[in-house]
Design a protein around this ligand. Structure first.
Ligand SMILES: NC(=O)C1=CN([C@@H]2O[C@H](COP(=O)(O)OP(=O)(O)OC[C@H]3O[C@@H](n4cnc5c(N)ncnc54)[C@H](OP(=O)(O)O)[C@@H]3O)[C@@H](O)[C@H]2O)C=CC1
Ligand SMILES: CC(=O)[C@@H](O)[C@H](O)COP(=O)(O)O
Ligand SMILES: [Mn+2]
Length: 381
């Protein structure tokens, strides 16, 4: 029986994780969870899986829930995320919270020796060097949940990492993959939220449309697999059936395929090194699909991807600035305060203005993160 702490239980990844835990009660037990502001969904998960500890975003929600569930301990805010992540009974942290707010709780869980199943890519982008250094120090496994990184992880199983030629991340191209830059000028939030293959949270769906998601994933791959950027490629593949590929010295290419279903990589990170049957999973029928498509990426068309490669190659605090600018700009786009193309304009301006600090410590990262968010807010006043 693995005991689990789950950050971001009410989100897209969180709900799918809860689904897996519910279907595998003999293997997993949820001991602690965090949610944000969705208190109705939080109640449903509590009633279903009876955790010992729950953290919500706001104090008043914690007070209300404490009255309703006196046998459960409630907490809130950033310290609540840390409490959930470090619950003494859990051995695995599933980090499915959104954004760089997941950083400190991840570091705290690593220092308690917990295995980390990580969906929260912003944490790896903003402070990958700190997370991986702590993971090495405490001998903790960081298991990918992101579909591409899970595919790479599975395609590296039993192989010698030194014999890898390159990693190939597949990209659907997002909601606007068939539009020109000219046509992107007046796209709406509703259109941007309409991802062709995946049903996901709003922020990552917009990231997918700008291709910043793929940029974050290139950096995530660099961090998780210790691979130089020159050996990480992106390939447009509109069906999202091949989740990513690894090419070896001898020209062999190993890939992981499957129908687009995030429960597969989530469950694999939980059951690793075993595999469990996926309740309600759809089997891949390649004969029925008939054709798979591939195309080279145009970096002028997908400018956010180029910015992410630039930040990755530079390293240092510009990664935090880029990530925070993206989080802030996407939030403004979702509130309809800026246009779609302004997202990457804002990121580019923030990166150009940034005074880079190499190997930033936690304090510097938190400072750059909050200052960048203020800068972006001022840019659109
Ligand atoms: N969705 C997907 O298929 C995939 C997602 N990922 C990554 O996983 C992470 C989560 O994505 P996704 O599930 O789509 O996101 P969602 O927006 O659906 O969910 C985010 C979760 O985080 C909570 N949350 C948000 N802000 C805060 C905060 N300030 N404090 C505490 N809790 C907070 C939300 O709470 P509430 O809703 O209660 O307010 C919710 O539980 C992201 O890093 C994303 O890039 C990676 C691969 C695929
Ligand atoms: C499901 C998942 O892992 C997402 O990150 C997905 O990759 C988004 O798809 P694209 O970024 O390829 O559009
Ligand atoms: Mn992904």
């Amino acid at each position: 029986m693995k005991k689990i702490s789950l950050l971001g239980a009410t989100g897209s990844i969180g709900i799918q994780t809860v689904d897996i835990l519910r279907n595998n009660k003999d293997n997993f037990q949820l001991v602690a969870l965090s949610s944000g502001k969705n208190i109705e969904k939080t109640r449903e998960i509590i009633d279903d899986l009876q955790p010992e500890l729950v953290s919500v975003q706001q104090e008043q929600d914690a007070i209300q829930l404490q009255k309703e569930y006196p046998h459960i301990h409630f907490t809130f805010g950033t310290k609540g995320l840390v409490e959930v992540a470090t619950h003494p009974d859990s051995t695995v942290l599933v980090n499915a919270v959104l954004g760089s707010v997941g950083l400190e709780s991840t570091l705290a869980a690593i220092r308690m020796g917990k295995t980390i199943a990580i969906a929260n890519k912003e944490t790896l982008v903003t402070a990958g060097h700190l997370v991986m250094a702590e993971a090495r120090k405490y001998n903790v496994a960081i298991l990918p949940v992101d579909s591409e990184h899970s595919a790479i992880f599975q395609s590296m199983n039993g192989e010698n990492p030194k014999q890898i030629e390159r990693l190939i991340l597949t990209a659907s191209g997002g909601s606007f993959r068939d539009k020109t830059r000219e046509q992107l000028k007046d796209v709406t939030v509703k259109d941007a939220l309409n991802h062709p293959n995946w049903s996901m949270g709003a922020k990552i769906t917009i990231d997918s449309a700008t291709m910043m998601n793929k940029g974050l994933e290139v950096i995530e791959a660099h961090v998780l697999f210790n691979m130089p950027f020159e050996k990480i490629d992106v390939l447009l593949h509109k069906e999202s059936i091949i989740h990513s590929l690894v090419e070896y010295h001898d020209t062999s290419v190993i890939a992981q395929l499957g129908t687009p279903d995030m429960r597969v990589p989530i469950q694999y990170a939980l059951s690793y090194p075993d595999r469990l049957p996926l309740v309600g999973g759809n089997r891949l029928n390649l004969a029925q699909i008939g054709q798979l498509h591939f195309k080279e990426v145009d970096f002028d068309r997908f400018r956010a991807l180029k910015l992410a490669y630039d930040a990755g190659r530079a390293g240092g605090s510009v990664l935090t600035a880029m990530n925070a600018a993206n989080e802030a700009a996407v939030a403004l786009f979702l509130e309809e305060k800026i246009t779609f193309l302004q997202i990457e304009e804002i990121i580019e301006q923030v990166m150009n203005d940034h005074q880079n600090i190499l190997m930033p410590d936690l304090e510097t990262i938190l400072h750059v993160d909050s200052e960048t968010r203020k800068t972006v807010a001022n840019m659109v006043k």
